[in-house]
Ligand binder design. Sequence first.
Ligand code: ZN
Length: 301
Amino acid sequence: MRQLALKIDVDTLRGTLEGVPALSALLQAHQVGATFLFSLGPDHTGRAIKRVFRKGFLGKVKRTSVLEHYGLKTLLYGTLLPGPDIGLKAREVMRQVAVAGFETGIHTWDHIAWQDGVARATPQWTRQHLQRAAQRYQAIFGNPARLHGAAGWQMNDSALQYLHTEGFAWCSDCRGTRPFLPVLADGTLGCPQLPTTLPTLDELLGCHGLDERTVASHLLALTREEAPTGHVFTLHAELEGLRLAHVLDELLQGWKAQGYRLQGMAGFGAQLDTLALPHCALRTGTVPGRSGTLMVQGPPQ
Ligand SMILES: [Zn+2]
């Protein structure tokens, strides 16, 4: 059977409180699995406002109406308003997701700090950030995290080392074409990577003349052909959980009709022969529709 992993990035307090329950209900109605990856510490989304000065961000604001998706309050967190602690304020919502039978994992501690800082961060800063997220995850769920998907697809080598030594089962920290074993800087192999293979809705909207009515059929055309190693699709609680829920509904129907089994990262990974996965390094790259650089899968070594 064709395999498609649904990976849900939860970036903000509002996305956790409002987007996550809505997504959980929609996925249950479709009887499909998914992995929810949580931001477990402070919501400093407002600090992203400095990205306005970065090339490409203004276009994205216009295309995806950031204000409408995130809400004014969210955009002020960490600037004019103090950033609320998502893991403290929304722990019940997070627990309910696990109770409902979905997979859960770590997205980040502080999304903005990680996204803007990890590429140049010291090993000490990186480990401390990951440890905070891991401790909070354990406090909320009562067991250690085994799944990780990096905020903004930003990583560094010590983060990959940490995930490996801490015994994570599956990670989805980059963009790419198929699952692989990451080659670390010292030549050893890290925790298996399940890269995001498909474009996200916010990357597609406003590009190629796509809008909310046509974007689902564009994505479904990309998954029509057989992909031997399956697909990984990344959703955002702030988008598909709120205003773009109708697009997700269309996608889930379409993927089921195409014969895909929709599940979380661990369910998807369990179908793979880990020893037979290619060995690839993570590199810095770009993807169409997203400003700045992110981690991408390198060629097999
Ligand atoms: Zn994110």
